[in-house]
Design a protein around this ligand. Structure first.
Ligand code: S3P
Length: 438
């Protein structure tokens, strides 16, 4: 296991092109595999999680080619139609990737064979009953460890459409049901208590599926074919968020982020930054494959992050649209005037690590005060961070959030097991070197 040393920074300057969005890359690979013919996906995410999705598809008999071009990674997926998968020879391994296991399970539910899918120790601790239950209602036969953990053995077959209300907002669960809905004759409907990211709905439509969304309800008509596409993945806002956060916190910074996905179901963190007094402008906005994309310019001025006169509350329907950015939001909270209160975020305990616990533990190591709550945390503002040894517990977003904390701290910070960033962003530390001024 390697460690990375982070020294304090003066400011952030320059331009970054974030890697292709991880959520879009998983979906593009899976949906293309179900289309009738070959799709090209450009700027495919280089992250380990998305490579897991490609490996699982290969194990299911899909030919996948991958090349490096000057426009990022090009992935060619020879779709074989809804029923073109072959039974895998061994166990499918999703590694650390919740998106791979949950979304692919929806597709496996429609296949006329049995397949077993599992993952690493972290993934095997994460709840899978949230997909097992609705997929069983649709007619799949699924066995799971203690009825709720991977490995999952899924025997698919004839599915029936369901109308399902998600008990918790989860785009992975919603996507699993919509993908299974492709195999059910009739209309499958998913409603959610609070809107989660809507990429599957948008992308299925781009590939020709009959999908409609109305007042929090998404419907898909099953059994129609998907048309292959040339699809360009936009930049990952959840990867860019770390750099935008660093630029927001270090006075005199200016950062341009090129071609970033700005779908409103993903931009909650950027909205929060604006409300905290950060200057953040979107320019050159366009729509690419139904998704909003823009260049983002961040500038940190005198009152950046310090504009509110009371603690800043993040709760309720704002949580799903910034769920992956809560680790970096918690770090920035220490730099605000009156702190940040995060509530209704119990889901953080079911991520790659128990993120409430790993954030609280590591902030305390850096000398910050923070109060751990069952569903969030209370982080007072105006706190100085001091360099420390950080244990990210194998969680990529914790490692990256605390690397940024290290830029803001006094003294040296060591991120243990820092290679875990490759789960979502293999080039993270070299991009950081490129924009940090000391
Ligand atoms: C994702 C959905 C979210 C998010 C994850 C990616 C997706 O998970 O945290 O990083 O691509 O659909 P949940 O569906 O568990 O909320």
């Amino acid at each position: 296991m390697s460690s990375t040393v982070i020294n304090p920074a003066r400011r952030i300057r320059g331009e970054i092109v974030p890697p292709g969005d991880k959520s879009l890359s998983h979906r593009a690979a899976m949906i293309a595999a179900l289309a009738d013919g070959t799709s090209q996906v450009t700027n495919f995410s280089p992250c380990e999680d998305c490579q897991r999705t490609l490996q699982c598809l290969r194990a299911l008999g899909i030919a996948v080619g991958q090349w490096q071009t000057e426009k990022g990674s090009l992935v060619e997926i020879a779709g074989r139609g809804l029923y073109g998968f072959r039974p895998p020879e061994g166990v499918l391994d999703a590694g650390n990737s919740g998106s791979t296991i949950r979304m692919l399970s929806g597709i496996l539910a429609g296949q006329p064979f049995a397949a077993t899918i599992t993952g690493d120790a972290s993934l095997r601790r994460r709840p899978m009953d949230r997909i097992v239950h609705p997929l069983r209602l649709m007619g799949a036969t699924i066995t799971a460890c203690e009825d709720r953990f991977a490995p999952l053995t899924i025997r698919g077959g004839e599915l029936r459409p369901i109308s399902y209300h998600l008990p918790i907002p989860s785009a992975q669960v919603k996507s699993a049901i919509l993908l299974a809905g492709l195999y059910a004759p009739g209309v499958t409907i998913v409603s959610e208590p609070v809107a989660s990211r809507n990429h599957t709905e948008i992308m299925l439509k781009e590939f020709g599926a009959d999908v409609t969304t109305d007042e929090g309800k998404t419907s898909v008509v099953g059994r129609s074919g998907l048309i292959p596409q040339s699809y360009e993945i936009s930049g990952d806002p959840s990867a860019a968020a770390f750099f935008i956060a660093a630029a927001a916190a270090l006075r005199g910074s200016e950062l341009v982020v090129r071609r970033m996905l700005v779908n409103p179901t993903r931009t909650g963190f950027f909205d929060a930054l604006k409300e905290l007094g950060v200057t953040l402008d979107l320019v050159r906005e366009s729509i690419v494959h139904g998704e909003r994309v823009a260049d983002v310019i961040v500038r940190s001025e005198r009152e950046s992050l310090r504009q509110r006169s009371e603690p800043y509350l993040v709760a309720g329907r704002r949580i799903p649209i910034l769920i992956d950015e809560i680790p970096i939001l918690a770090v920035l909270a220490t730099q605000t005037r009156h702190g940040v209160i995060i509530r209704d975020a119990h889901e953080l305990r079911a991520k790659e690590s128990d993120r409430i616990r790993t954030i609280v533990t590591n902030l305390r190591r850096m000398g910050a005060h923070v109060s751990e709550q069952d569903d969030g945390m209370i982080i007072p503002g105006d706190q100085k961070l001091r360099g420390a040894e950080i244990d990210p517990a194998g969680d990529h977003r914790i490692a990256m959030a605390f690397a940024i904390a290290g830029l803001l701290a006094e003294g040296e910070t060591v991120i243990r097991d820092s290679e875990c960033v490759a789960v979502s962003f293999p080039g993270f530390f070299s991009v950081l070197d490129h924009v940090v001024e000391r």
